[in-house]
Design a protein. Sequence first.
Length: 299
Amino acid sequence: MLDLRRLRLLRELARRGTITAVAEALSYSPSAVSQQLTALEKETGVRLLEPAGRRVRLTAQAGLLVAHTEVLLEAMEQAEAALAQSLNKTAGTLRVAAFQTAVLTLVPPTLTQLGHQYPRLRVEVIELEPEAALPALIAGAFDIVLGEEYPGHRLPRPRETERHDLLTDELRLVTPADWGERSLTELASRPFVMEPVGTTAREWATAVCRQAGFEPDDRYTSTDLQIHLRLVEHGLAAALLPDLSGACDRHGVVAHALPGRPRRQIFATVRRGATSQPKVQAFTTALKTQETQPGADRA
């Protein structure tokens, strides 16, 4: 009988391309990954890897095995979910990866609610952007990934996962309270604070400024939206921020509606077959109740 853990390693090699990348993603040593794949070759009785320069590539038989591995892993998720449902209890450990503003605003009340409802459920949370969290979810490092998607910047949806949209978060222009400007078109000569180049938040913000007729003076860069707000508070920059950043409730800044009232989509992603896990359902249900929290309906 084939070892499912070794099959998962082969699947990860197909996705990541190198044994070193697989080892880093799954916290193995490269030699351990190689040993497990060699053992899998012995189990199957066929050659699964062949040299390709200084790397290795999967044989046709390995590709066939990877396709079946996807089916097996999904079936395993479904079996575990069915078993948990049959016990009629929500317990165990749930591993969650979430982006920063979700960790600051949505996750704490969700954890409090779950603690009252399901005292035997342990929830572990790490702050991680969806670009990095989604591959780790597929590899089994997390059970749920909370992500954000900006207007016009659709994120990849891996076939191994299911995505569930939870709520939307309005995006606004945020300026120092003592600035006279109240719209983007008036801010062409002002400095901005933005997220790093390559992030979807940065791409969206840059596109919005260009649509307003100017290239933003991106003088300050940070992934931390609380740093963005601090710079705005001190009169150093304008920013384009979601309501969950807390800008609407911050002294010293003014949050203005943007044309069309754009919103980012907040979503939860799980591995295929795990949606019906009681602990996954409990978390997403509790999270949805936070939609009426900070800034949800502000003008």
